[in-house]
Design a protein around this ligand. Structure first.
Ligand SMILES: [Cu+2]
Length: 173
């Protein structure tokens, strides 16, 4: 068998692999968490009146949610998530909180709707510690949960293809 024919499956495989990686990285370019108030894993010394989250892309006016719960899972936001009108770039969400929240650990679950048609979710925690109650324990790291499955799928399929190609090459010898 001429050697150039042996290269064909290799080239096809590499092309397919690159396409998968391109589509995977495109899918990952959504409105990601950039910063927030209170900051993720941060501690504030007085009860905040609102939670503000800044994202990396413009958001739609609807379809965004910030849900804030206390350590017992009780909702402490007022269910009024909106785009922050102070941000002309429309990358900021804001939700108001029940007044006078007590010291403790709070969890923020967010879901956004990017103008590129994609939706993303994530979660972080913050602590209120006014110094009037014993200090709260430190928090685990923040997590952004954005389709890790797709990237894994690309890597997994790539590994399978490489295995398949190698097997074929050994066979043809
Ligand atoms: Cu996107």
């Amino acid at each position: 068998m001429p050697s150039f024919l042996r290269l064909k499956p290799m080239i096809a495989m590499l092309t397919l692999l690159s396409l998968m990686f391109i589509s995977a990285s495109r899918a990952l370019a959504h409105a990601d968490y950039v910063s927030s108030e209170p900051p993720a894993n941060g501690t504030v010394t007085s009860a905040p009146e609102r939670v503000i989250i800044v994202f990396s892309q413009e958001l739609k006016p609807e379809g965004n949610t910030i849900r804030v719960t206390d350590a017992r899972g009780n909702q402490v936001d007022r269910g009024d998530t909106t785009l922050d009108r102070n941000d002309p770039n429309r990358k900021t969400l804001i939700v108001s909180l029940s007044p006078g929240l007590s010291d403790g650990v709070y969890t923020v679950n967010w879901k956004n709707a990017s103008t590129d048609g994609h939706s993303e979710t994530g979660r972080f925690r913050f602590t209120i510690n006014t110094g009037t109650t014993p200090a709260a324990t430190p928090l685990p790291a923040t997590s952004g949960e954005e389709m890790p499955g797709l990237a894994l799928l690309a890597v997994g399929s790539g590994a399978l293809l490489i295995g398949w190609a190698l097997r074929r090459r050994v066979w043809q010898r």
